[in-house]
Write a protein that binds this ligand. Structure first.
Ligand SMILES: [Zn+2]
Length: 78
C-alpha cells in the first residue's frame, strides 16, 4: 500500500515540475517570435537576437554589429 502512495506522490511531483518548467519556456518563445527589421540590410529577425544602437536619437535594431556600424556611418558621416 505504501508503495502505491509513494508512486502517486511521485507522479504528482513530476507533473508539477513539468508544468513549472514549461511555463517560463512559453514566455521566452513568445518573446523570440517578435520580429524586427534591420534598417540597413532590411532583414527581419527575432528581437532577442538584435543588436541595439541609438543613432540620431532613435533606437534601432540590427542583425549584427557590422550592420549597426554601416548604418551609423551612412547617417552620421564623420
Ligand atoms: Zn543586417
Amino acid at each position: 500500500m505504501r508503495l502505491a502512495i509513494l508512486i502517486l506522490i511521485l507522479i504528482a511531483v513530476i507533473s508539477l515540475v513539468r508544468w513549472y518548467l514549461q511555463a517560463p519556456r512559453k514566455e521566452a518563445e513568445a518573446l523570440s517570435t517578435e520580429m524586427v527589421q534591420d534598417p540597413n540590410c532590411e532583414t527581419y529577425f527575432p528581437v532577442t537576437e538584435a543588436v541595439t544602437a541609438t543613432i540620431a536619437g532613435r533606437e534601432h535594431f540590427f542583425c549584427s554589429e557590422r550592420c549597426a556600424n554601416e548604418y551609423r556611418n551612412k547617417h552620421n558621416p564623420v
